[in-house]
Design a protein around this ligand. Sequence first.
Ligand code: ATP
Ligand code: MG
Length: 265
Amino acid sequence: MNDMRILERQVENNEIKISARDVQVYYGATHAIKDVAIDIRDKMVTAFIGPSGCGKSTFLRTLNRMNDTIDIARVEGRIELDGQDIYDPKVDPVQLRARVGMVFQKPNPFPKSIYDNVAYGPRIHGLARNKAELDEIVESSLRRAALWNEAKDRLLQPGTGLSGGQQQRLCIARAIATRPEVLLMDEPCSALDPIATAQVEELIDDLRSQFSVVIVTHSMQQAARVSQRTAFFHLGNLVEYGETGQIFTNPRDPRTESYISGRIG
Ligand SMILES: Nc1ncnc2c1ncn2[C@@H]1O[C@H](COP(=O)(O)OP(=O)(O)OP(=O)(O)O)[C@@H](O)[C@H]1O
Ligand SMILES: [Mg+2]
């Protein structure tokens, strides 16, 4: 192989952030994820769509080992982040989750101040050398999560005292404060009003300049607006995965077609 071709291969590989093969997830005897293979690209937003119970959240949680925290869940197969097996016993799940952050459907701020919620990750991972640097991380994370203006005068008040939509933006600020490489979002806008939803969608688009975002959503409009790649799940299978425009305008599988046209769901 000549040098040029080696270089091309590397460039190509660099674009893939997460690579999953032969992934199965079981909850006891329930086979919730069946043989899923997917390559998630860097610096893009990937949307997971599909009917309730099809396994979107379950598969999302395999990407940062959140299923480890569910006793009856068992994950098989191989998932690589930058070519490294994330289920290798040498991988520390806490370090992994700083690189692959997560925002949940239900906002879950810690019972701490707004400031301490955002500062939590940078503190435990030693990302700031002093108070001024930590202040800077807190402010920039809150700004990027579109919460700074509402929070700046009450940084020392409890995060749990914010409204639902504000709490969700706080959780986003907390997740991006550790400067993750991948951000997993499980229906992050379901508790938000249209204005906050638009702000979060804008944020997602902005975040993609730096890393990859995977978002689970029940809103086709949202998937079409924010993502460049869409994966359609059905009964634990990844039925179709491709460029978002193609999935919505010209799906190849009849199950995708039925779902996006509202016939199943
Ligand atoms: N903690 C759990 N224990 C047992 N079964 C579970 C657990 N979590 C999910 N399941 C089962 O796994 C399957 C996939 O669930 P999952 O939550 O991943 O679906 P989903 O696509 O995210 O659905 P929704 O759109 O409703 O959030 C379902 O049959 C569900 O009942
Ligand atoms: Mg779910």
